[in-house]
Design a binder for this molecule. Structure first.
Ligand code: C5P
Length: 447
């Protein structure tokens, strides 16, 4: 628990906004607001007010440069919590260590985010409290950059922004207009009220999977032949990305492990980019602890070249034989792990779809499988699809529709089957407990 500050300012302020905070999507959500050094830091005070008006709990963390512009006292008064500034503050660390703080956050929002902070975040530095928290959190991260327009346009900043966006960090702005330095262009901090409305979708919505961690694999993999060539397939990742979004929309904490695709990261989803099957498997193993549901939508290569040539292969012969070897079957490996998550697999078949899909359901020990017919214009790399969903006790056909609609329907089935399985497990263990108690009582009576 973050220590509260119950000064008079807070009580009056909370009393004033009390009614307004009811029925808000941000109600009770824990937002860690990072403030970095820039003239726009004064606007963060207004941002704290907006977030609190929306019902959020706000913990402010300031960098040392931010304190050159605004004092922690301002933020403490508005947020009702002592502001954290230092990684080495023994008293603050004793109240709540930085790792605990990183876990506390349901969203990390950095506003304003300076060019320097974007660079440090992009390169994984952890030399002060805020950058360390960003590395140590599993929560989504949003940044609202604010800087001089030439700094924003600089190739170094562009590169850092691209890196961060690809990694799933949400960019809010910047806006274009007059700047404090007298110039005009992109680099203005987005207005606090707009920042508040843009972060709302990043906070876990309430829903039947609230608080459950789901791992989704998506997209193709690339298996290296030589430094410039690879073996891959036509998967676009659209189905997996749509599914990650709809699972997030029913409250799950979704981690999306994706092969190379050109899709934007779904809102509120943490994304990890990989290339090969082995990289995907390594990421899955790293992210698996605590996973309630595993969804394998990725079109993982079944074979990879036995070796990846160190130099580009020259065209010296008329024919070239590539020796391939089996890759790791990620889905089967996860299914064999303990504890085993609820397992959802996909099957892409060109014929006898139901027959092969049901065989795969059993062979890979899955709880649910979504099968589709693939061909030249079917399923892969297109927007519409149909699915046949099978589980041990049933089947449902989902007719042709957009991958977004299919994802929503499939999410409904996953929720239904997952909750049913959990309820059955709870019934079984209650029954077991009752019969153990009965046996113990009878034993005691007999002796
Ligand atoms: O055996 P097949 O490749 O047809 O199985 C498809 C299912 O298995 C998909 O859910 C896919 O994501 C998963 N898979 C995997 N690792 C592999 C091959 C397939 O996770 N190496």
């Amino acid at each position: 628990m973050v220590q509260g500050y119950d000064g008079g300012v807070r009580s009056t302020y909370r009393a004033r906004i009390g009614q307004k905070a009811d029925n808000q999507p941000m109600q009770g959500k824990r937002i860690l607001l990072g403030v970095t050094g820039g003239i726009a830091a004064y606007k963060s005070a207004e941002l704290v007010r907006r977030l609190i008006e929306h019902g959020a709990q706000v913990q402010v963390v300031m960098t040392s440069a931010a304190r050159e512009f605004v004092t922690p006292t301002t933020f403490q008064a508005l947020s009702g919590r002592p502001v954290r500034t230092d990684l080495w503050d023994a008293a603050a660390e004793a109240a709540m260590g930085h790792i605990e703080l990183a876990r506390w956050a349901e969203l990390v929002l950095v506003a304003p985010a300076s060019a320097d902070f974007l660079a440090r975040l992009a390169h994984g530095l952890a030399d002060d409290l805020l950058s360390t928290l960003c590395l140590a959190t599993a929560a989504p991260i949003a940044v609202a950059p604010a800087m001089n327009q030439l700094m924003w346009r600089n190739a170094a900043t562009r590169f850092n922004v691209e890196l961060l966006t690809a990694r799933g960090v949400r960019m809010i702005g910047p806006g274009v207009g007059d700047q404090a330095c007298g110039e005009h262009g992109p680099g203005r901090l987005v207005e606090p009220a707009d920042i508040a409305s843009q972060i709302a979708p990043l906070l876990s919505p309430a829903g039947p999977l609230a608080g459950r961690r789901i791992l989704v694999t998506a997209g193709p993999t690339r298996e290296c032949i030589d430094p410039v060539r690879f073996v891959s397939n036509r998967s676009s990742g659209k189905m997996g990305f749509a599914l990650a979004q709809s699972l997030r929309d029913v409250g799950a904490d979704v981690v999306l492990i994706s092969g190379p695709v050109t899709l934007p990261t779904p809102l509120g989803v943490r994304r990890i980019d990989v290339e090969s099957c082995e990289q995907m498997y390594a990421a899955v193993q790293r992210e698996l602890p605590g996973t309630a549901i595993f969804v394998g939508t990725a079109a993982v290569a079944d074979y990879r070249p036995l070796a990846c040539a160190e130099q580009k292969i020259k065209k010296t012969s008329e024919t070239l034989a590539l020796e391939l070897t089996r890759t790791t079957d990620i889905l089967s490996q996860v299914s064999a792990s303990t504890p085993r998550p609820f397992m959802v697999g996909f099957a892409a078949e060109t014929n006898s779809v139901e027959h092969y899909a049901r065989a795969k359901l059993l062979a890979k020990n899955l709880d649910l499988i979504a099968a589709n017919e693939v061909g030249h214009t079917k399923a892969f790399d297109c927007d519409d699809n149909s699915l046949l969903v099978l589980w041990r006790g049933g089947r449902v056909e989902l007719p042709v529709s957009s991958k977004r609609e299919l994802a929503q329907a499939l999410t409904g089935l996953i929720v239904e089957q997952y909750l049913e399985q959990n309820a059955a497990r709870e019934r079984d263990s209650a029954r077991e407990l009752a019969s153990e108690e009965l046996a113990a009582r009878e034993g005691a009576r007999a002796s």
